[in-house]
Write a protein that binds this ligand. Structure first.
Ligand code: SIN
Ligand code: CO
Length: 373
């Protein structure tokens, strides 16, 4: 399904993105759910799929983690089933993320889908990331409070909540309504009837993740072999002191590594093109021969990108799931980066080159792209 989002993106980015929460009534007109509650429940039976059930009864919160074997024990109120990264497992649901590509792909994370019965929700809480929550079937009341410093507590070891808050948004959402919530604004959703909610989540690395990711890259490539040296050393009063100028030199050594554009870009491309959730990889068996791929694409067959696969470009280089695509055919690499479905025509002259075709065969035989139908 081709979801059309009715939104002035320039205005949204200027006024709301990372600044204020906003309710976008009827963001999607005539919204049709890409998945049914039964299909969602089915996904949460699978080993590879990350899911949880959150319920509450008289102020006592319970959390259990999937895979689930059955749902027979659940009553008719006060629980919610939340399934992470559904875009990896269910192609029609992944289509719901496309209209949000006005925010760059590298900032996007995954699609979480929840099914809640009346009274169901995860309680008042904060998230670290931006989120667009789309109302699917059913109605749910969403409240959002002002961003203020709030103490978090755990009514259950796997649940982080905040105290009740005054609402700056308090509305019943109906199918097709979207609420955008920037990081740090407290919010809670309570179902009024059986309801599906779709959360498009974003990612924003913190300094710790960047430093640790870059350190892994430095180690793997054995960069930074130059050692500290001090040929100008002079005698000092205090043998136990480290001088500011020495700290400066040490800092420079570290910055030198980060400041090499080749290394920094190469690292970031690899780092950020890795998915935070498992991919539904199914390499074709038997693998395709390069010649077959050529024939299929030339005869009009279409390549589909695997749901959740991250394909990103930094300068002239494209990165797929943590690895660089090594090719000089920039137009073809750009077509793979920009589009979720790719035709032979989009790949152009690159298809005639055996080395490009060999690279494409590796991507297809890894299960990263597959022929539609
Ligand atoms: C949900 O309950 O569907 C979304 C949970 C959240 O607020 O992040
Ligand atoms: Co939240």
């Amino acid at each position: 399904m081709d979801y059309q989002l009715d939104l002035d993106w320039n205005d949204f980015l200027q006024r709301y993105w990372q600044k204020r929460p906003v309710m976008l009534k009827r963001g999607f007109k005539n919204f049709i759910d890409p998945i049914s509650p039964d299909e969602l429940a089915g996904l949460a039976l699978e080993n590879e799929v990350d899911s949880r059930l959150v319920s509450h009864q008289e102020g006592r919160w319970q959390v259990s983690h999937g895979p689930f074997e059955s749902y027979d024990h659940l009553g008719e109120t006060n629980w919610s089933l939340l399934v992470q990264a559904v875009d990896h497992w269910h192609e029609p649901s992944a289509a719901l993320m496309r209209p949000f590509r006005h925010i760059p792909d590298w900032r996007m994370d995954d699609l979480m889908i929840s099914f809640s019965v009346p009274g169901g929700g995860v309680g008042p809480h904060l998230d670290q990331y931006d989120v667009f929550i789309i109302q699917g079937t059913g109605r749910r009341r969403w409240r959002v409070g002002e961003k203020v410093v709030m103490k978090q507590h755990s009514p259950h070891p796997d649940l982080l909540q905040v105290d009740p808050f005054d609402a700056i948004i308090d509305e019943e959402m109906e199918p097709g309504d979207i609420i955008y919530i920037p990081p740090g604004f407290p919010h809670e959703g309570y179902s009024l009837e059986n309801a599906l909610n779709y959360s498009i989540g974003f990612r924003a690395p913190n300094g710790r993740e960047l430093v640790s990711g870059f350190a892994d890259y430095v180690l793997a490539r054995e960069l930074g072999s130059r050692r500290y040296s001090d040929p100008d050393l002079v005698e000092r009063d205090h043998p136990g002191e480290i001088l500011p100028s020495e700290l400066d030199n040490l800092r420079k050594m570290m910055l030198e590594l980060v400041e090499k554009p080749e290394d920094f870009q190469g690292w970031f491309g690899e780092f950020i093109s890795q998915s935070r959730h498992e991919l539904d990889l199914a390499p074709p068996e038997p693998p395709y021969q390069a010649g077959e791929i050529y024939e299929l694409l030339r005869s009009g067959e279409i390549l589909q990108r695997l749901g959740g696969l991250r394909v990103l470009r930094v300068g002239d280089r494209c990165y797929v799931n943590g690895e660089v695509i090594d090719t000089e055919y920039l137009q073809a690499a750009d077509a793979l980066t920009r589009n979720f479905t790719v035709t032979g025509e989009m790949l152009g002259e690159a298809l005639e080159d055996p080395s490009f075709l060999a690279m494409l065969s590796v991507l297809i035989n890894s299960g990263y792209w597959y022929f539609k139908d």
